[in-house]
Design a protein around this ligand. Sequence first.
Ligand code: NAD
Length: 260
Amino acid sequence: MLRGKTALVTGSTSGIGLGIAQALAAEGCAIMLNGFGDTAAIERLRRDLVNRHEVKVVYNGADLSRPEQVRELVADAAARLGPVDVLVNNAGIQHVAPIEQFPEAKWDAIIAINLSAAFHAIKAALPAMRNRGWGRIVNIASAHGLVASEDKAAYVAAKHGLVGLTKVAALEAASSFVTCNAICPGWVLTPLVEKQIADRAAANKTSVEYEQRELLREKQKLLAFTTPEQIGAMVVFLCGEAASTMTGAAWSVDGGWVAQ
Ligand code: NAD
């Protein structure tokens, strides 16, 4: 079903986005990669995807904090691969601090990258999806799109906003058979979370292994990290026939985090 379709995955040079790009490439999608990182390492990732899955893979390093670059990214994907059929808004950053000490610039950056970029990308990609009467939009939100934690004001606000945007996009696009869903992961061991674990180990004078166990114990009944591959498989499912009437929902993949 996905063979020959074009997928744009934002923030796909690392972590969850890379897992999603790999899963969609394995289904036969042409992939537009996006994200920051070492140029040679990104080129290796790109070539590896091409060799393993025999699909077209291109890269655009658009900075998603800049609305005009988000629009150019969608246009570039369409120009080089064909109009975007599958849009995965995944790029995201984190900053951890109490509100009184939260830097304004960090608030602005998190809202821009984790929330506004998804709006600009959906706005740019939706017309071509409507024209073809098919499209899949998947927003990578978080357990923090449904519940809060201390010291994550911008992230929790952005992710709650992303779940709201998901619902509105789903309602507006439904008449064109375009679906829009959010995935809400719990802990996934990626550079974004590894930094939080390392910071905690340094602050508490403990080990990384100890803080990994504590992180899980604080939030999830099921004491295991979700993998990027599992989130990739969930995206593939949401793009498939079985999910063609699933829209406007926030799907938890979180070890029981928000069930409590
Ligand atoms: P990560 O740090 O491994 O990857 C983030 C990606 O976004 C990278 O490719 C990075 O280059 C890219 N990126 C960052 N700023 C960008 C910008 N301005 N423009 C373009 N690309 C940019 O993090 P991850 O854990 O894989 O996170 C991916 C998404 O999953 C994020 O939205 C995050 O909030 C969400 N998420 C992560 C977890 C987790 O436990 N790791 C849990 C729930 C939700």
